[in-house]
Design a binder for this molecule. Sequence first.
Ligand code: UGA
Length: 435
Amino acid sequence: MKIAVVGTGHVGLVVGTGLAENGHYVKCMDIDEAKIAMLQAGEMPIYEPGLEELVVRNMEEERLKFTTALDEAVKDVLLIFICVGTPPLPDGGADTSQVFSVVDAIGKAIDGYRIVVNKSTCPVGSTEEIRDRLAESTSQSFDVVVNPEFLRQGSAVDDFMRPDRIVVGCDDVRVEEIMKELYAPFLRTGKPLLLMSIRSAEMAKYAVNAMLATRISFMNEMATLCEAYGADIGEVREGVAADSRIGPAYLFPGIGFGGSCLPKDVVACAKMAEARGLDTHIMKAVSAVNREQQQRFIETILAHYGERIKGKRIAVWGASFKPKTDDLRDGPALHVIDALLEAGAAITVYDPVADRNLAHVYGDRITVVPKNYAALQEADGLVITTEWNEFRRPDYERMGDLMREKVIFDGRNLYTASVLEKAGFRYFSVGRPSV
Ligand code: UGA
């Protein structure tokens, strides 16, 4: 099939590339000229494992093209995917302005029948508005479908290629058949394509992210209880995860969930409820626990140093909101770094891939180093904010030799307290006894 994908962020780029990899002809469009120039040169604007190889291969095979011209992208295609951001408005609701400006541009550009597939996460009811808006700007016939995306950054290619399910909200049987045909190569393992109403599909997207966030906040709250009662959240998690009614995913406590999706979608859910005069007690609590979790970790660090914090050099391992991505957006690490800078500490950060984005956010207010041990030189403490694999089994002796004060604040529970104690460290983690 011939397909246009509008927006080359994490979702659009992976979706476009994944569809091309399965034999479709895809034109990816973005208004960001610098980004498109990079992609045309075979360079990735984001770090996403496995993506570059697929982009380059599909470009070489002429199944994948990049352009800044929407008219050109939507010419002669059957499907147009909308994959632009819906960041939070100041009041927490979803800002759908990018979606609607794309819709207006599509309306002006199309010269025949198209199926517009919305992948951007929009409040329930938006797809109907998209349909109305499109009808205002074109006399061509079209259908509108919602097809939420569930890929995670860091494992996006794999998630897209091997989805647990595909959700399609659609109200036309012919379009349903086209969507089934489009996704058939992705569902060879028997995973389902779930057809539902447009509103249900829109809600399903929010429900999934809200559920994931709820599990994390629940476990973070349990971690606080564990600390208060001398239990170990790691052991408690095993007890919970082994229950087949619950399962092991998204039960890792830490310093709160971040990124461009979970935090904003939980708040957007609460906003959708408010718009109907309802109250979402759970969503509000999930966000509140998340904020408190980050704050509690920061307070543990500040309490350890007290007045001595001014001028201390604190090393930070990991800056991205999760491993295997260079995305810093709404990452717990940034909250920690901001609070420590504010308290007067000097910060040295090591992250395997986020240097470019760190420089963009902090300029010369922090020191960024290219190696993890280099961050520890003369450090008065180490804060671990992202669980990159390379941090999991460090050389404690080497760390201790480099550091001025042997103290670790581990926001991801990577180490065993007794081992650290033996190596002469003070060790703080989440929901486990400190040593
Ligand atoms: C999330 C969803 O998982 C995807 O299904 C969805 O497609 C995406 O949002 C989106 O809406 O676009 P993502 O933001 O890439 O994906 O990140 P996750 O892997 O879900 O992690 C989110 C945050 O939760 C991270 O800060 C992570 O450290 C934290 N987390 C995750 C925990 O604290 N504990 C866990 O057990 C799991």
